[in-house]
Design a protein around this ligand. Structure first.
Ligand SMILES: [Zn+2]
Length: 349
């Protein structure tokens, strides 16, 4: 052995051994990395094969792919999504995803695909896409937020709460989402009594991240007395439509008569008679109706529509989570004076 190998104490031999080891490690990492990437691509391709090849009707599948197509086709897919043409948007995204090999280059397109499935109501597919993104890139914040929405819509609230853990680690704000999901869980809990729910709701009103409107809406349907006693004057505008549409039998005249804004609302509605000094609500539409009534015009009413403070879209019906941008607690109540229709007085509860 001594005749084949140089002496172990030869420094040149030791250096040679170290260099050989480094080379072996470098070559094996390179080979392993390539195999991993190849497997990753294969897994994603197999995964996407599961999504409705037969529904791909945009006739772009056979189109030769060019990297310069990525941007215009991504924009086109977004335009289709915004117009509600979800299938066309999905087809374009699938075409791009199938033709781009690098995960990080197609991550944004996968996010778009997941969001389009979410908007189109394909919740399980949306879940699969976001899970696939997170499998490759666990710190993708958008995918984590959207996965939370998907689980909420699937009524899988515990899973929705699980998405908060990584978001917290990533130092993202999750308080409102957590409060929102916990409130839904409370309202849907059939194992606790109405009294327990009412008690808990009153406690939640005192907590910072729990929204006033959904809690008051729940209280008005569970316990009128408690609901009326929890009206906060500075937050009346958040529940103006709920108050306006309450049936007369659900009103608490004792509380209304002691509050200027509430009195003005129900004078405007014509439920209570105006006193000699008519209260001012500082809600323009309410004060306008009262002035019109004073002038003898009783055929005016309030019309409501709802805006989102985040995406600025308007909707004819109220929401807890914006249907367009999925923001929570972003609802803005917008009231306008309108001519009274024959049928009025339905409840929002
Ligand atoms: Zn919005």
């Amino acid at each position: 052995m001594d005749s084949i190998l140089p002496a172990y104490d030869d420094p040149l031999f030791s250096i040679l051994v170290i260099i050989t080891l480094i080379l072996i490690v470098a070559v094996s990492s390179f080979v392993m990395g390539n195999i991993k990437e190849k497997n990753r691509r294969k897994t994603l391709k197999d995964f996407l094969q599961g999504f409705n090849q037969e529904e791909r009707q945009l006739e772009i599948e056979e189109m030769p792919f060019e990297p310069t197509l990525v941007k215009p086709l991504s924009l086109l897919a977004q335009a289709f999504k915004n117009q509600g043409e979800y299938q066309k948007s999905i087809n374009l995204n699938l075409y791009l995803i199938n033709n781009i090999s690098n995960f990080f280059e197609k991550e944004k397109i996968l996010e778009e695909l997941g969001e389009t499935y979410l908007k189109a109501g394909f919740l399980k597919r949306s879940e699969s896409i976001f899970l696939e993104i997170l499998h490759k890139h666990p710190r993708n914040i958008k995918a984590l937020y959207r996965l939370g929405v998907v689980y909420e819509l699937l009524h899988q609230y515990d899973k929705a709460l699980e998405t908060i853990i990584p978001l917290k680690i990533l130092k993202k704000r999750t308080e409102s989402f957590e409060a929102h999901i916990k409130l839904i869980q409370l309202l849907q809990n059939k194992k606790i009594t109405t009294n327990q729910k009412v008690e808990r709701l009153q406690q939640l009103l005192k907590l910072e991240h729990y929204a006033y409107r959904p809690i008051m809406k729940a209280l008005f349907s569970l316990d009128l007395k408690v609901a009326w006693s929890n009206i906060q004057t500075d937050k009346i505008h958040f529940i103006l439509d709920i108050l306006w549409f309450l049936p007369s039998s659900n009103l608490n005249l004792d509380i209304i008569s002691t509050n200027k804004i509430l009195s003005a609302i129900y004078i405007a509605k014509g439920v209570i008679e105006p006193t000699t000094t008519i209260p001012k609500s500082n809600i323009f539409a309410i004060d306008t109706i009262i002035s019109a009534k004073k002038g003898g015009n009783n055929s005016v009413d309030l019309l409501f529509n709802y805006g989102c403070s985040k995406c600025k879209q308007h909707f004819p019906i109220g929401f807890i989570r914006c249907p367009k941008c999925y923001a929570i607690d972003s609802i803005q109540i917008m009231e306008t004076v309108a001519k009274k229709e024959s049928q009025t007085g339905y409840s929002l509860l």
